[in-house]
Design a protein around this ligand. Structure first.
Ligand code: PEP
Ligand code: MG
Length: 552
C-alpha cells in the first residue's frame, strides 16, 4: 500500500531507498508472566544472553590491545559486573520466583542495583551505576535481538547507499555514528529544524525529514521509500510513475550541484569588490577534506563535543591534541575556529554522570560547565588547543557566554597554560585569537563591552533564536514559531557586527541561519565578515555573493 507522510524537511535533496528500522537502545521491556513449565527455558535464554555479551567483551578486549587504558578499564568493569552474582544469578531467582520474562527480571535487578549505587557518598562509586545500566542494556538488546547500533555497525557498506534509516529519535551521538556510513537518508518521528540531528544531516549532505510523528510505527523494514528533504515528504511504497518522477528530480538536483563546482577556487567577492569569507562547520577531524572539496576557505565552527561522544570516557589531552593538530594540518594554513566543549542541552555525555536537569538548555552547559570543571575537563582541552596552534591557524571560541567575566575567566586559564607551556618549552601560537560565540541575548546586548576583550565574534543563531524568542529548538511542534528572521534576531546580528567593527574585530555567523540563501545578500550588506555553513552550502552562497552588488 502506498502512502505519504509529512514532516519537517531539514536537509534538502531526494533519496530513494529501502527502509532500515532502527531500534534505540531502550530499557522499556515487556512485562510478561511466564508459565511454570517455561521457567527453565527462560533462565536458559537469560544465561545465553549473558554469555554472548561476556564473549563479546572478551573479544573486544583481545582486539583492543593498544586501546587507551580507559577503554580496557571499562571492558573489565563490565565483565566484572556480568560475573557478579548480583547480575548473573539474582535475575535467575527473579525469573523463578516471580515468573517474569528474562528482560523484565534483569531490569528489575538493575533498578535495585542502581538505587544501591546512588546511596554511595563516593562520587566514583556512585557513577558506577552507569556501568550497570550500560551492561544491562547490552544484555537486554541481546535478549530482544534488537538491531540497535551494534547492527548498524555491521550494516553491509555496499548496501548502505540504498538504505534509509527510520528511527523514532536519534541523539546527536547516534547521528555522529552515521558518519562512518553512507546511508541515503534518515527520517525520524521527532526533532526540530535546528536540532543537532538536523544539523548533522545537513553536514553529511543527505536528505532528512524529522518530526514525522509516527514513521517508526507505520513503516516496515525493507519497504521502498522516497524522501524529499526539501518539502519534508516521505512516500512509502511509491508506484512506478511517482518513482520515475522523483528519479528525474534527483538527477536534476545532482546536475545543479555539479554546475557549481567551477566556483570551488573562486573568490567570495561581490561585483563591487566586498569580500566575505565562506567557511564550513564540522563535527569531526575527518570532515575537513570534504569541506575543502566543497571550496570552504576555512572552518568556522568545529563542534568539539562530538569528539567526546560515542565513547565511555573523556578523550585525554593527548587524544584531543592529535585531533586538533590533524585538523590544523589538513587545512594547510587555512584557519579553523575550534569551539570549546559545548556539552549540556541536547548533548549528553553519560560517562560524566551528571544529574538530570529539568531544563537542560537553560542548565549546566557549555562554558559555565567547563569553568566548574576547570582542572579535569577545561584545562586539558585548552592545553591541547594551544599545542595544536603550533601546527596551523587555530582560533579558540567560547560558547554560551553571557557576561564578560566568563570570557575573562577563560582567557586567564589560557594565560596560565601559556606560561606552563613556555616553562615546558612546548610551542604554541602566542597570538592565538580567542573569540566569543554570540548565542545569548545577554552577550549580544553587551557586544560593545565584549568586543574590547574578544578577538572576534561568531553568532550562533540556533541558540540565539531559541533563547531570544523562548522557543525550544528541538521541538518540532514549535517549528512555525521558531523564526530566525524575526526582527529581534536581525537587529542583534547588526548590533554584534557594528560593535565588533568599532573595536577593529571581525564578526561572522556560524548558526544555521548563515546558510539561509534568502538572507545572504542582506548579511553581506550588514557587514558580516564571515559565514560558516554546512560544507555542501558553501558553493551555493559563493554564487550569490559573486552575483550581487552591495551598493544595490
Ligand atoms: C548555535 O547555537 O547557533 C550554534 C552554532 O551552536 P550549536 O548549534 O552547536 O548549539
Ligand atoms: Mg549553540
Amino acid at each position: 500500500m502506498s502512502f505519504t507522510l509529512h514532516g519537517l524537511g531539514v536537509s534538502g535533496g531526494i533519496a530513494i531507498g529501502r527502509a532500515m528500522l532502527m531500534s534505540h537502545a531502550t530499557l522499556e521491556v515487556s512485562h510478561l508472566t511466564i508459565a511454570p513449565r517455561m521457567v527453565d527455558k527462560e533462565i536458559e535464554r537469560f544465561d545465553t544472553a549473558v554469555k554472548v555479551v561476556k564473549d563479546e567483551l572478551i573479544l573486544m578486549k583481545e582486539n583492543t590491545e593498544h586501546a587507551p587504558a580507559e577503554l580496557n578499564a571499562f571492558i573489565d568493569i563490565h565483565t566484572m559486573f556480568l560475573e557478579d552474582p548480583e547480575l548473573a544469578e539474582k535475575p535467575r531467582d527473579i525469573i523463578r520466583e516471580r515468573r517474569c520474562n528474562a528482560e523484565w527480571a534483569l531490569v528489575q535487578q538493575m533498578e535495585h542495583l542502581v538505587e544501591q549505587f546512588e546511596q554511595f557518598d563516593d562520587p566514583y562509586l556512585r557513577e558506577r551505576k552507569f556501568d550497570v545500566v550500560q551492561v544491562v542494556e547490552r544484555v537486554v538488546k541481546e535478549l530482544l535481538g534488537h538491531p540497535g547500533r551494534a547492527a548498524l555497525k555491521n550494516a553491509r557498506k555496499s548496501k548502505e547507499e540504498s538504505l534509509i534509516v527510520v528511527a523514532h529519535d536519534l541523539s546527536p551521538a547516534d547521528t555522529i555514528a552515521f558518519k562512518e556510513h553512507r546511508f541515503a537518508s534518515f527520517i525520524t518521528d521527532v526533532g526540530g529544524a535546528t536540532s543537532h540531528t538536523a544539523i548533522l544531516a545537513r553536514s553529511m549532505a543527505i536528505p532528512a525529514v524529522l518530526g514525522l510523528e509516527n514513521a517508526r510505527g507505520l513503516i516496515r523494514d525493507g519497504e521502498l521509500l522516497i524522501v524529499d528533504g526539501l518539502r519534508g515528504v516521505v512516500i512509502v511504497n511509491p508506484d512506478q510513475r511517482i518513482l520515475d518522477e522523483y528519479q528525474l528530480r534527483k538527477e536534476q538536483i545532482e546536475l545543479e550541484k555539479s554546475k557549481l563546482k567551477h566556483l570551488k577556487t573562486a573568490k567570495s567577492e561581490t561585483i563591487d569588490g566586498v569580500e566575505v569569507q565562506l567557511f564550513a562547520n564540522i563535527e569531526l577531524p575527518g570532515d575537513v577534506p570534504e569541506a575543502l572539496q566543497y571550496g570552504a576557505e576555512g572552518i568556522g565552527l568545529f563542534r568539539t563535543e562530538f569528539l567526546f561522544m560515542d565513547r565511555t570516557a573523556m578523550p585525554t589531552e593527548e587524544e584531543q591534541f592529535e585531533a586538533y593538530k590533524k585538523v590544523a594540518e589538513t587545512l594547510d594554513g587555512k584557519p579553523v575556529i575550534i569551539r570549546t566543549l559545548d556539552i549540556g542541552g541536547d548533548k549528553a555525555l553519560p560517562y560524566l554522570g551528571l544529574p538530570t536537569e529539568e531544563n537542560p538548555f537553560l542548565g549546566f552547559r557549555a562554558v559555565r560547565f567547563c569553568l566548574q570543571r576547570k582542572e579535569d575537563i577545561y584545562k586539558p582541552q585548552l592545553r591541547a588547543l594551544l599545542r595544536a596552534s603550533a601546527f596551523g591557524k587555530v582560533r579558540i571560541m567560547v560558547p554560551l557566554v553571557t557576561c564578560v567575566d566568563e570570557l575573562r575567566a577563560v582567557k586567564a586559564i589560557i594565560e596560565e597554560l601559556k606560561q606552563e607551556l613556555d616553562a615546558e618549552g612546548i610551542a604554541y601560537d602566542k597570538d592565538i585569537q580567542v573569540g566569543v560565540m554570540m548565542e545569548t541575548a545577554a552577550a549580544s546586548l553587551i557586544a560593545d563591552i565584549l568586543a574590547k576583550e574578544a578577538d572576534f565574534f561568531s553568532i550562533g543563531t540556533n541558540d540565539l533564536t531559541q533563547y531570544t524568542l523562548a522557543i525550544d529548538r528541538q521541538n518540532e511542534k514549535l517549528d512555525e514559531f521558531y523564526n530566525p528572521h524575526h526582527e529581534a534576531i536581525l537587529r542583534m546580528i547588526q548590533m554584534v557586527v557594528d560593535n565588533a567593527h568599532k573595536c577593529g574585530k571581525w564578526a561572522g555567523i556560524c548558526g544555521e541561519l548563515g546558510a539561509d540563501a534568502t538572507l545572504t545578500e542582506q548579511f553581506v550588506r550588514m557587514g558580516l565578515d564571515e559565514l560558516s555553513v554546512a560544507p555542501s552550502m558553501v558553493l551555493k552562497l559563493r554564487k550569490i555573493v559573486r552575483e550581487m552588488k552591495v551598493e544595490e
